[in-house]
Every structure is written in structure tokens, then in C-alpha cells.
Design a protein around this ligand. Sequence first.
Ligand SMILES: Cc1cc2nc3c(=O)[nH]c(=O)nc-3n(C[C@H](O)[C@H](O)[C@H](O)COP(=O)(O)OP(=O)(O)OC[C@H]3O[C@@H](n4cnc5c(N)ncnc54)[C@H](O)[C@@H]3O)c2cc1C
Length: 451
Amino acid sequence: MAEAAQVIVIGGGLAGCECAWQLAERGIRVELHEQKPQQRTAAQTTDGLAELVCSNSLRSDNPLNTIGLLHEDLRLAGSLLLALADAHRVPAGDALAVDRDQFSAAVECAIREHPNITVISGEVTEMPLARGVPIVVATGPLTSDALARQVVALTGQERLAFFDAIAPIVSDESIDYDKVFAASRWGKGETDDYLNCPMDKPQYLAFIDALLTAEYLPLQDFEKGVQYFQGCQPVEVIAASGPKSLRFGPMKPTGLDDPKTGRWAYAIVQLRAENRHKTAWNLVGFQTKMRQADQRRVLGLIPGLEHAEFLRYGSVHRNTFLDSPRLLDAAMRLKSCPQLRFAGQMTGVEGYVESTASGLWVGLALAAELAGRELPLPPETTAWGALLHHVIDDSVPEFQPSNVHWGMMPALDAVDGAKKRNKGERKAAHLERARIARDAWLAAWLPGKTA
Ligand SMILES: Cc1cc2nc3c(=O)[nH]c(=O)nc-3n(C[C@H](O)[C@H](O)[C@H](O)COP(=O)(O)OP(=O)(O)OC[C@H]3O[C@@H](n4cnc5c(N)ncnc54)[C@H](O)[C@@H]3O)c2cc1C
């Protein structure tokens, strides 16, 4: 008779497969539950494990981009999925694109043939807490309804979201500080919690016109008929309800004295610090389905953002994710029920590579825990560490999922004139700092895996 599993992983997507394999490689018996082939999510079209549901690209492989640096981190830390992506790479310039069928088949083979992994098909509808072993939930952005209800019962209704409402983020260096002013509404809170971009009436009307005539991404079939929560409506939906609606909504100027005029502007776009380092700023209330080129053009009309560098574009999709900063600890354990932990897109990372990175971390951290050790998070100055720290950064009041980007990392030292560098020099400096920190962490905690 097979020995009992020591860990249960739910979800055979990117995070679940990476996590299960890392555990199994360290001698831990894993039961991996995947609802396919009996049931698929609305985005899936195959029955394989680790399905790439849309693009076949894992984005740029150039380490001067944060995602390329994350590839490098994952390769060096021993990621199964990155190794198999490399093995099934197809030509795509500097992007890491893969033959999706070969990639999925290779992951399936590695998982099914691993002596420490048992794959069990079928939807998990009850959280198997009574089994008394650690459970990793990695059921992704389209987690089945029954399991989502179980998660809600454990976390509370308001802590699991079913839609994201992602506002664009711009880098601090790219904001024109001559045009914006720091102030909190009615002087409440810290003065520099918000930057304000003031508009006069002609600027506001031109902006609304550009917004209403921009191009938008269509809804997926399974997103149609959605009722947006008040406060999460896309900015274009609010704008379409009347020419002044934004001025009475997210662009409300009241309580914000412009130091240049001593008065309130006609309308204001507020930027809120995206992290405690204030290296990146979020356009408050500007969640949008606008195409990315139009986001650059239309949002570039906002005074102070004419030359904005977009670290993350706005979006709105169906997505199941936790309010992780309030719920999870560094090992991605549910603080109120540490037997349970989460990996992948459910934790609020966004994208194939980021979900793999999350699965890798959870697998390694749990394996260390079962061996009686604690693994510290990779440093925040690395791409992998910055992403994981972002997930648990409770200084951000309204958590939204995110791809990895430079703005998640601490600022380059002010003393070395970081603000004066151009974008290319900043990226090179981030890369150098990240590699040094990453290699030191690998040498200390995953010996044998250094560059
Ligand atoms: C429509 C759409 C398009 C996307 N396009 C892209 C893109 O182009 N590029 C990109 O980088 N990212 C894209 N993403 C995001 C990407 O799919 C996710 O980041 C990534 O797949 C998440 O990995 P994961 O392992 O967390 O979840 P998934 O890869 O979704 O894996 C979760 C697995 O859990 C299974 N499951 C769910 N519920 C249960 C249950 N109750 N019991 C057992 N099994 C269950 C599912 O069948 C699935 O196999 C897209 C997402 C969607 C929805």
C-alpha cells in the first residue's frame, strides 16, 4: 500500500506543479489534485497539467527587464518549469516563448513519473483539513466555485476577490515634480501619501474626450454581464455616465489646495504611493480596460505624467485572489490556519512566470519547514524577492495583483544620484544590485545553486 502523503497540493497549474515537484525532489510525498480532465476552467482548452491558457510567451528573457531577471532567478534556484520552458523554447526574439503543447507534456511527464508524486484527478470541493497535513492551494485565477466558497469560509467574504481592478503604476523618476504637488485631502494623513496632478477645465474636457474615444479590450465571454462593485468600476465606465462624473468621483478636487494657486483645481488625478519606498505611484481609481498604447497616450495628457514610465498597465479581469498582505505570512501560510498555504495567482501575483515563482517559493519554504528550518525570503532587491515581498506588504491599503516590475524594489541609493540617471542606467544598476543580493542568498540558503 502506498505511504500516506505528507503534503496535499490542490491545482495542477504552473504554481501547483512547480511546488509539488520541489517538495518531491526533497523526498516529500505529495498528493497533487487537479480537476482536469473531469472539469476545465473557462480559459482552459486542454487536459494537460501546467497549461498556458493564452499567449505562449513567458515574456522578455533579457535580464535588463524585471521579468527576464526573474527568469534568471528561477533558473538558478532550480525551477522545473523554467528548465522545461528553456528545453521547449521557440524562436521569439528576446522573449522566452515555448511550444505550449510540448511544454505542458514535459511538465506532465516530470510530475507523473516522479516517485514521490501521486496525481489525483477531480475537483476538490472540501478543504481536506482533517487529513492533518500541510495543504497548498494553487487553484489559480479561475478557482472552482465550490473551493472558493471554502476559502471564503476560512478568510471572510471581503478577503477573497473575484475580479481585479488594476490601476496603472508609474515610476517615481518619470513624474514631473514641477507640475504635481504632495498633499492629502483635507490635510489628513501624511502630506506625501499622495501626489496630485491638477487640471483646469479645458484640460479636463480634453482628457474626458480622449478617454471616451480610446480603444478598449473586449470582455472575455465568461466576464460578460459582470456587475462592478462601486469603487471598482473601470474609469471609462464612470466617464461614460456623464461628463462631470469623474470630477465628482476619482478626479474630485475638493480639499486639495494647489500651492501654486492657493485654490482647488477644476479636477485632480491623485497618485498614491504603491510601496513604502515610494518608488512607484498608482493612479487612484484609474482601473481600465483601455489598450496599453492608449493608456500611454491618454494618461500622458495628465499634467505631470507627460513622460510617465508605466511599470504596470491598468486592467480589469476575472481573477480570484486573496487580500494576501492581511492574510498570509512570508511562507504564504494563512495566519489564522497555518496548515493551509497558498501559491500562484491566488496570492496576488500576476502571470505565468510570477505564478511559477510563487510556487517555487512555497515549495522550498515548506520543504525547509518540514526539515525543521526556516527559509528567509529572497532579498527585496532581487526580482523574485521583490515580487514575494509585494504580496505580503501590508503598508499597501488596497491590494491588487501585479506582474513583477522595478517599482517593487527599494530605490537605488539616493546618494549615488539615482534620480539623475537615465532609464537604461537605472535598469543596469538595479540588475547589478539584484544579482549580488541573489547570489549571496542562494549561496547561503540553496548551496550549489549559485551562478
Ligand atoms: C483568460 C486568461 C488569459 C491569460 N493570459 C495570460 C498571458 O497571456 N500571459 C500570462 O503570463 N498570464 C496570463 N494569464 C494569467 C495566467 O493564466 C496565470 O498567471 C497562471 O496560469 C496562474 O498560475 P496558477 O498555477 O496560479 O493557476 P493555473 O495555471 O490557472 O492553475 C490552476 C489549476 O487549478 C485547477 N483547479 C481549479 N480549481 C480546482 C479545484 N477545486 N480542484 C482541483 N483543481 C482545481 C485548474 O484546473 C488549474 O489547472 C491569463 C489568465 C486568464 C484567466
